[in-house]
Design a protein around this ligand. Structure first.
Ligand SMILES: [Zn+2]
Length: 211
Protein backbone atom coordinates (compact mmCIF):
# COMPACT_ATOMS: atom_id res chain seq x y z
CA UNK A 1 0.00 0.00 0.00
CA UNK A 2 1.42 3.31 -0.90
CA UNK A 3 0.22 6.80 -0.28
CA UNK A 4 1.71 9.63 -2.20
CA UNK A 5 2.73 12.69 -0.35
CA UNK A 6 4.28 15.48 -2.25
CA UNK A 7 6.51 17.97 -0.57
CA UNK A 8 6.69 20.85 -2.96
CA UNK A 9 9.25 23.31 -1.82
CA UNK A 10 9.54 25.63 -4.71
CA UNK A 11 7.80 28.63 -3.31
CA UNK A 12 10.35 30.24 -1.05
CA UNK A 13 12.41 32.77 -2.94
CA UNK A 14 14.22 35.89 -1.99
CA UNK A 15 11.34 37.96 -3.29
CA UNK A 16 8.62 36.40 -1.20
CA UNK A 17 7.76 37.33 2.31
CA UNK A 18 7.35 34.27 4.45
CA UNK A 19 5.26 34.49 7.59
CA UNK A 20 7.90 33.27 9.95
CA UNK A 21 8.02 35.41 13.00
CA UNK A 22 10.13 33.20 15.22
CA UNK A 23 9.36 35.10 18.37
CA UNK A 24 5.63 34.61 18.29
CA UNK A 25 3.99 32.57 21.02
CA UNK A 26 3.27 28.92 20.51
CA UNK A 27 -0.31 28.33 19.68
CA UNK A 28 -0.75 25.77 16.97
CA UNK A 29 -4.35 26.85 16.40
CA UNK A 30 -3.21 30.31 15.38
CA UNK A 31 -0.79 29.11 12.72
CA UNK A 32 -0.90 30.87 9.41
CA UNK A 33 1.03 28.51 7.17
CA UNK A 34 3.69 29.99 4.95
CA UNK A 35 3.58 29.24 1.23
CA UNK A 36 6.00 26.38 1.87
CA UNK A 37 3.81 24.77 4.49
CA UNK A 38 0.73 25.24 2.39
CA UNK A 39 2.33 23.17 -0.33
CA UNK A 40 2.82 20.27 2.05
CA UNK A 41 0.16 17.69 1.32
CA UNK A 42 -1.02 16.60 4.72
CA UNK A 43 -1.73 12.97 4.16
CA UNK A 44 -2.80 12.36 7.71
CA UNK A 45 -5.70 10.22 8.87
CA UNK A 46 -6.18 11.78 12.28
CA UNK A 47 -6.40 15.39 13.45
CA UNK A 48 -3.02 17.05 13.62
CA UNK A 49 -1.34 17.14 17.00
CA UNK A 50 -0.25 20.48 18.41
CA UNK A 51 3.42 19.77 17.83
CA UNK A 52 5.83 21.89 19.84
CA UNK A 53 9.27 20.44 19.11
CA UNK A 54 11.35 19.02 16.32
CA UNK A 55 13.88 16.42 17.49
CA UNK A 56 16.73 15.39 15.20
CA UNK A 57 18.37 11.94 15.29
CA UNK A 58 20.75 9.87 13.25
CA UNK A 59 20.41 6.14 12.72
CA UNK A 60 24.04 5.55 13.76
CA UNK A 61 24.23 3.10 10.86
CA UNK A 62 25.67 3.48 7.40
CA UNK A 63 22.48 2.33 5.77
CA UNK A 64 18.83 1.95 6.53
CA UNK A 65 15.27 2.76 5.61
CA UNK A 66 11.85 3.18 7.18
CA UNK A 67 11.37 -0.57 6.86
CA UNK A 68 14.65 -1.60 8.44
CA UNK A 69 14.18 0.74 11.39
CA UNK A 70 10.56 -0.39 11.72
CA UNK A 71 11.66 -4.01 12.05
CA UNK A 72 14.30 -3.07 14.58
CA UNK A 73 11.96 -0.99 16.71
CA UNK A 74 9.21 -3.60 16.65
CA UNK A 75 11.55 -5.81 18.66
CA UNK A 76 11.93 -3.22 21.42
CA UNK A 77 9.91 -2.84 24.58
CA UNK A 78 9.01 0.15 26.67
CA UNK A 79 9.63 0.50 30.40
CA UNK A 80 6.42 -1.43 31.12
CA UNK A 81 7.47 -4.31 28.93
CA UNK A 82 5.05 -3.46 26.15
CA UNK A 83 6.40 -3.82 22.63
CA UNK A 84 6.83 -0.63 20.60
CA UNK A 85 4.30 -0.05 17.85
CA UNK A 86 7.12 0.06 15.34
CA UNK A 87 9.41 2.76 14.03
CA UNK A 88 9.57 5.45 16.66
CA UNK A 89 10.23 8.41 14.33
CA UNK A 90 7.82 10.49 12.28
CA UNK A 91 10.13 11.07 9.33
CA UNK A 92 13.21 9.37 7.92
CA UNK A 93 15.66 10.99 5.50
CA UNK A 94 17.61 8.57 3.32
CA UNK A 95 21.32 8.68 2.47
CA UNK A 96 21.38 6.57 -0.68
CA UNK A 97 22.01 3.29 1.16
CA UNK A 98 18.64 1.63 1.67
CA UNK A 99 16.67 4.74 0.69
CA UNK A 100 17.23 7.30 -2.01
CA UNK A 101 19.68 10.01 -0.99
CA UNK A 102 17.73 12.94 0.42
CA UNK A 103 14.38 11.20 0.22
CA UNK A 104 11.98 12.19 3.00
CA UNK A 105 9.65 9.41 4.09
CA UNK A 106 6.91 9.99 6.63
CA UNK A 107 6.14 6.96 8.79
CA UNK A 108 2.85 5.58 10.12
CA UNK A 109 3.32 7.72 13.22
CA UNK A 110 3.10 10.84 11.10
CA UNK A 111 0.18 9.61 9.06
CA UNK A 112 -1.76 8.68 12.18
CA UNK A 113 -0.44 11.68 14.15
CA UNK A 114 0.77 9.43 16.94
CA UNK A 115 3.22 10.20 19.70
CA UNK A 116 6.81 9.33 18.95
CA UNK A 117 9.13 6.83 20.63
CA UNK A 118 12.50 8.30 19.92
CA UNK A 119 13.99 10.39 22.69
CA UNK A 120 13.22 8.93 26.11
CA UNK A 121 11.28 11.95 27.31
CA UNK A 122 7.52 11.76 27.70
CA UNK A 123 7.05 15.41 26.86
CA UNK A 124 9.26 15.38 23.79
CA UNK A 125 7.86 12.08 22.57
CA UNK A 126 4.32 13.41 22.95
CA UNK A 127 4.88 16.81 21.39
CA UNK A 128 8.05 16.36 19.37
CA UNK A 129 8.27 15.45 15.71
CA UNK A 130 11.05 12.86 15.48
CA UNK A 131 13.22 13.07 12.36
CA UNK A 132 15.89 10.43 11.76
CA UNK A 133 18.60 10.83 9.15
CA UNK A 134 20.15 7.59 7.98
CA UNK A 135 23.89 7.67 8.65
CA UNK A 136 26.46 7.48 11.38
CA UNK A 137 27.36 11.07 12.07
CA UNK A 138 29.92 10.08 14.64
CA UNK A 139 31.94 9.09 11.56
CA UNK A 140 30.74 11.24 8.67
CA UNK A 141 28.62 14.24 7.85
CA UNK A 142 25.18 13.95 6.28
CA UNK A 143 25.14 14.02 2.49
CA UNK A 144 24.40 17.32 0.78
CA UNK A 145 21.01 15.98 -0.28
CA UNK A 146 20.15 14.96 3.28
CA UNK A 147 21.19 18.32 4.59
CA UNK A 148 19.01 20.15 2.08
CA UNK A 149 16.08 17.83 2.67
CA UNK A 150 16.17 18.08 6.44
CA UNK A 151 16.41 21.87 6.25
CA UNK A 152 13.37 22.01 4.01
CA UNK A 153 11.49 19.56 6.19
CA UNK A 154 12.29 21.47 9.39
CA UNK A 155 11.27 24.69 7.72
CA UNK A 156 7.97 23.27 6.56
CA UNK A 157 7.13 21.81 9.97
CA UNK A 158 8.22 24.79 12.03
CA UNK A 159 6.18 27.10 9.84
CA UNK A 160 3.16 24.86 10.04
CA UNK A 161 3.21 24.56 13.84
CA UNK A 162 4.87 27.89 14.73
CA UNK A 163 7.79 26.12 16.38
CA UNK A 164 10.59 28.55 17.28
CA UNK A 165 14.23 27.72 16.59
CA UNK A 166 14.99 27.08 20.27
CA UNK A 167 12.58 24.14 20.09
CA UNK A 168 14.48 22.47 17.28
CA UNK A 169 16.54 20.03 19.29
CA UNK A 170 19.14 17.37 18.78
CA UNK A 171 18.46 14.19 20.71
CA UNK A 172 21.46 14.92 22.93
CA UNK A 173 19.84 18.11 24.18
CA UNK A 174 17.18 15.92 25.79
CA UNK A 175 19.06 12.84 26.94
CA UNK A 176 22.62 11.76 27.66
CA UNK A 177 23.52 10.58 24.17
CA UNK A 178 25.78 11.67 21.33
CA UNK A 179 22.88 11.47 18.85
CA UNK A 180 22.76 12.91 16.17
CA UNK A 181 26.54 12.60 16.16
CA UNK A 182 29.41 15.06 16.40
CA UNK A 183 29.60 15.61 12.64
CA UNK A 184 25.96 16.58 12.28
CA UNK A 185 26.07 20.36 11.56
CA UNK A 186 23.28 21.14 13.98
CA UNK A 187 23.72 24.90 14.38
CA UNK A 188 24.06 25.47 10.66
CA UNK A 189 21.02 23.33 9.88
CA UNK A 190 18.89 25.23 12.38
CA UNK A 191 20.16 28.56 11.15
CA UNK A 192 19.57 27.72 7.50
CA UNK A 193 16.11 26.36 8.19
CA UNK A 194 15.17 29.73 9.70
CA UNK A 195 16.35 31.84 6.76
CA UNK A 196 13.73 33.41 4.57
CA UNK A 197 15.97 33.74 1.57
CA UNK A 198 16.69 30.07 1.12
CA UNK A 199 15.65 28.68 -2.22
CA UNK A 200 14.49 25.10 -2.38
CA UNK A 201 14.51 24.75 -6.11
CA UNK A 202 16.57 21.59 -5.98
CA UNK A 203 13.71 19.87 -4.14
CA UNK A 204 10.88 20.72 -6.46
CA UNK A 205 8.24 18.06 -6.39
CA UNK A 206 10.22 15.51 -4.46
CA UNK A 207 7.77 12.64 -4.18
CA UNK A 208 7.55 11.10 -0.76
CA UNK A 209 6.13 7.62 -0.35
CA UNK A 210 4.44 6.34 2.74
CA UNK A 211 4.44 2.60 3.09
ZN1 LIG B 1 18.54 9.83 18.70
Amino acid sequence: MSLRLTLVLLTVTTTESVSADRSRPLTAAAVTPSPVAQEFKWEVENPERAWEFVVIHHSATGQGSVESIHRDHQSRRDRNGKPWLGIGYHFVVGNGNGMRDGKISPTFRWKQQLHGAHCGSLRHNSLGIGICLIGDFHQTEPTDAQRKSVISLIRTLTDRYAIPSKRILGHRQIRATMCPGRFFPFKDVVKESMQNNVTFNSFNSVPVSVR
